[in-house]
Ligand binder design. Sequence first.
Ligand code: GCW
Length: 594
Amino acid sequence: MNAVHPAWLRRVNDEGVVLTRDPGCGLGPEAYTIARAGGVTTVVAADEAGLLYGSFHALRLDGDQPASTHRPAAARRMMQHWDNVFVHPVMGQVERGYSGGSLFWEDGALTGDLDRVSDYARLLASTGINAVSVNNVNVHAGEARLLTDRLGEVALLASRFRQYHIRVFLSVSFAAPMTLGGLDTADPCDAQVRAWWATATRRVYDVIPDFGGYVVKADSEGQPGPFAYGRTHADGANLLAAALAPFGGEVYWRAFVYNHRQDWRDRTTDRARAAHDHFVPLDGQFAANVILQVKHGPIDFQTREPVSPVLLGMPATRLAVELQATQEYTGQQRHVCYLPPMWSSVLSTVAARVEAVVTVSNAGEDPYWTGHPLAQANLYAAGRLAWDPALDPIELLDEWIRLTFPAAAAPVLHALMDSSWSVYEQYTAPLGIGFMVRPGDHYGPDVDGYEYSPWGTYHFADRDGVGVDRTVATGTGFTGQYPEPWRSRYESLDTCPDELLLFFHHVPYTHVLHSGRTVIQHIYDTHFAGAEAVAAMVRRWAALPPAVVGVDLHDRVGRRLAEQERSSVEWRDQINTYFFRKSGIADALGRRIH
Ligand code: GCW
């Protein structure tokens, strides 16, 4: 047992847990053994982090349990914040943030409420998270200075996270040697540039000895990168890796690189291909402390995407999978959308290939942390799945409900949340086609909003059919980026799963799905069913006595459900009407389409 109890230990220890730190116990870093007998819980670990995670596990135990040992599947389990220091004129304090302002920054300054940062650190640690990045990957001019003259503020945040074994990372701008250092280049092969990064990084470690490293979005959506100098992304990442290596730091280099100025008339360019085209040829060229951070799908956090082929195609590169808890495309924390069923299916494919799980956080200064109180389940489960990707998502939800609400609320919460991702999918863009959201804020339906835009996200609906032909035989060849068995499965109409059909194929509206329904009838049926399911959720919630969950929370959820209901009807009607007008094919059940 530690002679000096850190803050977390005192607080967790109220539960009467016996903690033993035994460096000789044979358990690896962060691992612990836990048992409960006669109401007494014992936790044994080789290091303090293991005791921390074991203590939180103790809070989840229900009754006596034989000894069991737990260790994290992924060594690095990170929350990334898209928080701006200065309020951005378009994106606000938090880019794609739906939970009020930032936990860390307020209108140009460090938050005055560092105790809330400690609470957040404790919350994250309770789920198993051990790393956090504290600023947006889109690094604007003011935010770039966190690396240099505003480092003291980062150090204050780090002092709070450190208590819970969470390392702090910074998003940095690739152009920093120019914008901050006054050099006339940021070329990764330039000696002065290398020296600038080495010095800047040494200064960071002088102030924050356990600093985690850098997160970098380069050559992506306007962010600067190595392409400007004719260099590769391996050159770029290795530049920062060299600066961090002496201190044990790591670079999280994002693979989200694509042409966002595409001509919509050009049917040969396929945004889904971009990350694989750019990065797979570089496999084996990244330094040992570079982790390539790959969005879980090939496009951009849509409600349904296949797993990114980059995660299946770089055996000689350290990989992180990137998930999005902030519900940018999944209802913006106004809709209930419990995402772990999607995440689990991704992780079942990639968990053995990645050594880090990164999640874009959905937390902010909102008293419920996540705007929609039920969106907290996504935050909780993101950490738990990073620790153990084999956990069943619905059992995990049950765990969160048990830890958060009285038992009487559980049936209603399960009714609202268990299938909420599927319900959201039913009333929004069909069969894996994605987008169809309002450009800019990405909320609500706009079927053609992106159809003639430069963003590379098209559905190609005409009077005969819909979908993107990404086959090798007749399309963009994207399916050829997959190894077997995925390549053949997605290439063939016979084996392509219904839910991804329009992601991979352009088909007539009369094409018959494996389900036996035509594409057009599937669109009508799912959109009526989805909106009806939301109406049922509204009724279920209204029937729950507010006192069971607390009047304020009941009211907050009730108001968000009302918006979800309104929005689901709007989605239903716009999608159904759009496809009825394009195809001229009536609903077999004669329901009202406008
Ligand atoms: O989905 C897009 C978002 C951007 C985001 C970008 C990214 C941080 O619309 O807001 O920028 O992805 O992941 O870099």
